[in-house]
Design a protein around this ligand. Structure first.
Ligand code: NAI
Length: 217
């Protein structure tokens, strides 16, 4: 990645990178070694010029007349996303969604679920793949002696802000928030909200407005 990557890149470009990576992984699994932006356009649904522009934010990577080397581009995109690193993750709220998210994380290379917290005595002491569910009262002390990069909030709405405060003062770099609340966090902490309903309601809109051509990615 050259110095271009240090410039501010539009969030919509960043949102497209995981899709590029996913497609490149799929191409690799099919033994495809190189691809043109035109072919990549057909697979991703983004225009070839969009793809070139997006990748140019980080230095380009393609060669005129050759296209992109699939393996190299996959690595580069992963590197841009920070997927060449390991992240320690703590999850707060081991209810229905928390359990699903924790299970999902078990298979995510690079995201190491190191602790789970809840307030429910019936859940405290249970385990998921060797990770024990601890009493939420222990969050502060845990974070004093353990480094956590990412905190996941899957508590109910009422506990979400106090949980975020605990995570921020405990030194996490980012919060993956599932609670339906606009959390307030210091500017040093990256906040990523996930709302399944946003996606569902977007689906409902496009069912009722059949013009898929205008559907943004
Ligand atoms: P749930 O009630 O099954 O789980 C919540 C868990 O949080 C419970 O185990 C509870 O004991 C625990 N908890 C409550 N306060 C806590 C605290 N201070 N510290 C630690 N643990 C605490 O609820 P469910 O269905 O798992 O939903 C969890 C959250 O996710 C809710 O805020 C819900 O609105 C939200 N949600 C978000 C979705 C999304 O797309 N972002 C989709 C579904 C739910």
């Amino acid at each position: 990645m050259n110095s271009k990557a240090k410039q501010r890149v539009s969030p919509s470009v960043i949102r497209r990178l995981p899709k590029y990576r996913r497609c490149l992984l799929e191409l690799q699994s099919r033994g495809i070694q190189r691809i043109s932006s035109k072919e990549l356009s057909r697979i991703t649904g983004f225009t070839a010029s969009q793809i070139r522009q997006d990748l140019n934010n980080f230095g380009g990577f393609g060669q005129q007349g050759y296209g992109y080397n699939v393996e190299e581009l996959f690595k580069e995109v992963g590197g841009i996303l920070g997927l060449d690193k390991e992240y320690n993750v703590v999850l707060i709220g081991f209810g229905n969604l928390g359990q699903a998210v924790a299970n999902y994380l078990q298979n995510k290379i690079g995201f190491n679920l190191c602790a789970i917290f809840d307030i429910n005595p019936n859940l405290i002491g249970t385990e998921l793949c060797g990770v024990k569910v601890r009493d939420a009262k222990e969050i502060k002390d845990f974070l004093k002696i353990n480094n956590a990069d990412i905190g996941i909030i899957t508590t109910d709405k009422g506990s979400a802000q106090s949980t975020a405060d605990l995570l921020c003062s405990g030194g996490v770099n980012g919060i993956w928030n599932f609670a339906p609340l606009d959390l307030v966090v210091p500017s040093s902490v990256v906040l990523e909200n996930v709302h399944l309903s946003d996606s569902l309601y977007t689906l409902a809109y496009y069912i009722n407005n059949q013009n898929q051509q205008n559907k943004p990615e």
